[in-house]
Design a protein around this ligand. Structure first.
Ligand code: OGA
Ligand code: NI
Length: 340
């Protein structure tokens, strides 16, 4: 069995050999938190919000939202819940554990396939589908005892916020309300846990990647998330109870390249466990959904930038590349082969 970082390396004094990244895969020089990354107040003038979102999605592919409607107390309770979950003895987590992510609920460690990695990531992840809730919640962890009830309530609020933000993005692109509904029916949560690492300069939390889905909503407690902008890594300020909204590949394609998806990664620290609670919205990969640039956004002056494809085929391609990238290969990104 692969070792969960949260159970195996408490208090170790040096980074175990198979977690020491080769120099080119380390985080490198200190990266400052960037205060230019937009923070958008969702309780303000709608036209202004739409303008801010458009600019953020074009320039950064990422922004933060405050006053988003998900109650502070609920977000704090979620952090406490996951703290408890990851601190459980390993026996209590084995029920959901698997060596690599699978379709249903999975607790796994490191990158995408521990057994095939030469070096591992200093991270454990609990991942599960969330929609429809009644269908999936029986597969979620049963410890802590309040898990299913709390996560169900959180998911209802995150869905409300998510669809509201997607409508703001649609408006920013002059697309009709509800435009993204069909391609955002799948909701999956991934909770990443990065325990303190004795030497954060040697190990990595999560390697640089773009999210393959439509849009991602991330709740974080402490610093560790970075984005790549104009060839430089920048830190995302962990604002208490804000959500980080980052665009995935499908929004870049549907917007015909007007909006950008963002490359991001997670670094470590030596003192505190970091938790990110991530909700992915995207097309249902089980359905034969075709993704392509919105017809409204393809004009003679903005020719079609991406071919149409089946979402499930895109995901298969993405995963094949992600497996090799996370082992240090530089085969390029999944979107490239769809560009016209
Ligand atoms: C992810 C991700 C970043 C983080 O799970 O896709 O990018 O801060 N996580 O944990
Ligand atoms: Ni990501």
């Amino acid at each position: 069995m692969a070792l969960l970082v949260s159970n195996s390396f408490n208090g170790v004094e040096s980074v175990p050999k198979d977690y020491v990244m080769p120099p080119e895969r380390r985080a490198g020089d200190f990266v400052r938190v960037c205060n230019e990354i937009p923070v958008i107040n969702l309780v303000s003038d709608r036209r202004e919000i739409v303008q801010q979102i458009l600019k953020a999605c074009q320039e950064f592919g990422l922004f933060q939202v405050i006053n988003h409607g998900v109650p502070d107390k609920m977000m704090e309770d979620m952090m406490a819940l996951y703290d408890e979950f990851f601190n459980l003895p390993v026996e209590d987590k084995l029920g959901v554990y698997a060596e690599k992510p699978r379709k249903g609920c999975t607790l796994y460690t490191s990158g995408l396939e521990y057994a095939k990695e030469d070096v591992h990531y200093w991270k454990d992840t609990l991942k599960h589908p969330c929609h429809p809730i009644d269908e999936h919640s029986p597969s979620w962890p049963d410890k802590p005892a309040r898990y299913r009830e709390e996560v169900e309530r959180y998911m209802i609020e995150v869905r409300k916020m998510g669809f509201k933000i997607l409508d703001l993005i649609a408006e920013a692109l002059d697309l009709r309300e509800g435009y993204f509904n069909e391609v955002s029916q799948e909701h999956t949560m991934a909770i990443n846990r990065y325990p303190p690492c004795p030497d954060p300069s040697l190990a990595m939390g999560i390697a640089g990647h773009h999210d393959p889905n439509l849009v991602t909503f991330l709740q974080q407690d402490i610093y560790g998330l970075q984005i790549l902008k104009d060839g430089k890594w920048m830190g995302v300020d962990p604002i208490p109870n804000a959500f980080v909204v980052n665009l995935g590949y499908q929004l870049e394609v549907i917007s015909n390249g007007r909006l950008k998806s963002v490359e991001h990664r997670g670094i470590l620290n030596s003192t505190t466990s970091r938790t990110s609670i991530v909700t992915f919205f995207g097309p249902n990969p089980e359905l034969p959904i075709i993704v392509e640039p919105a017809k409204e956004l393809v004009t003679s002056s903005n020719p079609q930038m991406f071919k149409a494809y089946r979402y499930n085929e895109f995901i298969a391609n993405y995963l094949a590349l992600a497996y090799s990238r996370r082992q240090g290969s530089h085969k390029g990104f999944a979107l490239e082969s769809y560009r016209l």
